[in-house]
Ligand binder design. Structure first.
Ligand code: NFK
Length: 293
């Protein structure tokens, strides 16, 4: 018989295995289908949109982003930066342009950022890379009418870390108008003892300084004007749902402009995959936030 510490670890790992909670498919199949959907969606977007691919935002090999450009003469040109998920160890910008089509159709610029996933990158590096990418985008696209962030899973964590940045060490202070945090993790402490941390090798200190749940006072200083949407899937695990609910409640208690979206009939993967569809609830909400509905 397993002793209780091991039992607890098993349960924690189950809670932090999103693929094991999908009612649609087996764990292996849902991940395969997810990667396929993101890849195909990105290829579709690249074939339809005007693009600038692999634009550097820093010196590093992995510090590149893709820009998907709408055909419009409008001066009202919002820009959304998408930060991909994959537990800080899977996926990349090559799978991250999938939501561009319905957005460019409405005159929104879409940027998919790449960052150095583990084991090449560590948590501190990934956080600093996405921050740097945001600064670079504003410097290159100073004519945009508003800057928005959207992140999924680990990417929602990174987006929340961007909102929680002390920009005093940077050349500019980005004004982020809205942020879509989809099925994110905001407290990294519970994953320290799980398989998720194997390639990340975070210490407790690293997990604390990179947990948005610990940085709400800084978020309040840096992003008080940002409309934050915390979205979670109906079929996310109870732990994932708790992460979103608690982060939402902490933001709300701080007087921030935050909305909770519990998205019915979705799991951890379909909640973001469906952004390829202009009629999907979250696509419409994102467009509405940008004044483009
Ligand atoms: N072990 C994780 C794997 C995972 O989260 C994942 C794997 C490949 C691509 C994306 C993933 N997660 C979220 O985007 C799971 O159980 O879902």
């Amino acid at each position: 018989m397993k002793h209780s510490a091991e039992m607890e670890k098993d349960e924690l790992e189950r809670q932090y295995s999103p693929s094991r909670w999908s009612p649609r498919m087996s764990a292996d199949d849902v991940i395969k289908a997810h990667v396929k959907a993101l890849k195909e969606g990105t290829e579709q977007a690249r074939s339809l949109a005007q693009t600038l691919l692999s634009v550097p935002y820093g010196e590093g090999e992995g510090e590149k982003l893709d820009v998907y450009i709408p055909r419009t003469n409008s001066l009202d040109l919002p820009l959304v930066i998408y930060i991909h998920g994959g537990y800080w160890q899977f996926l990349g910008k090559e799978e991250s342009g999938f939501m561009a089509v319905p957005l460019i159709d409405k005159g929104v610029v879409v940027v998919a950022v790449g960052y150095d996933i583990a084991p090449k990158g560590n948590m501190d590096l990934m956080v600093s890379q996405v921050r740097k990418s945001v600064v670079s985008v504003i410097e290159q696209y100073s004519h945009i009418s508003g800057l928005y962030l959207c992140g999924h899973s680990a990417g929602a964590h990174l987006a929340a870390m961007v909102l929680s940045t002390d920009w005093s060490q940077y050349s500019i202070t980005p004004q982020i108008k809205g942020a879509f945090l989809v099925s994110g993790i905001y407290d990294l402490l519970p994953i320290l003892s799980t398989y998720v941390n194997e390639p990340l090798k975070m210490t407790q200190e690293v997990a604390v300084r990179n947990s948005p749940s610990q940085l709400v006072p800084q978020l309040k200083l840096s992003s008080s004007d940002c409309h934050i949407v915390v979205a979670v899937a109906e079929n996310d695990s109870p732990e994932f749902r708790k992460q979103s609910e608690e982060y939402y409640k902490t933001l709300e208690a701080s007087g921030l402009n935050v909305t909770m979206e519990d998205v019915a009939n979705t799991d951890h993967f379909s909640i973001i995959e469906q952004l390829v569809d202009g009629e999907y609830h979250l696509t419409k909400l994102l467009l509405k936030m940008m004044g483009k509905s």
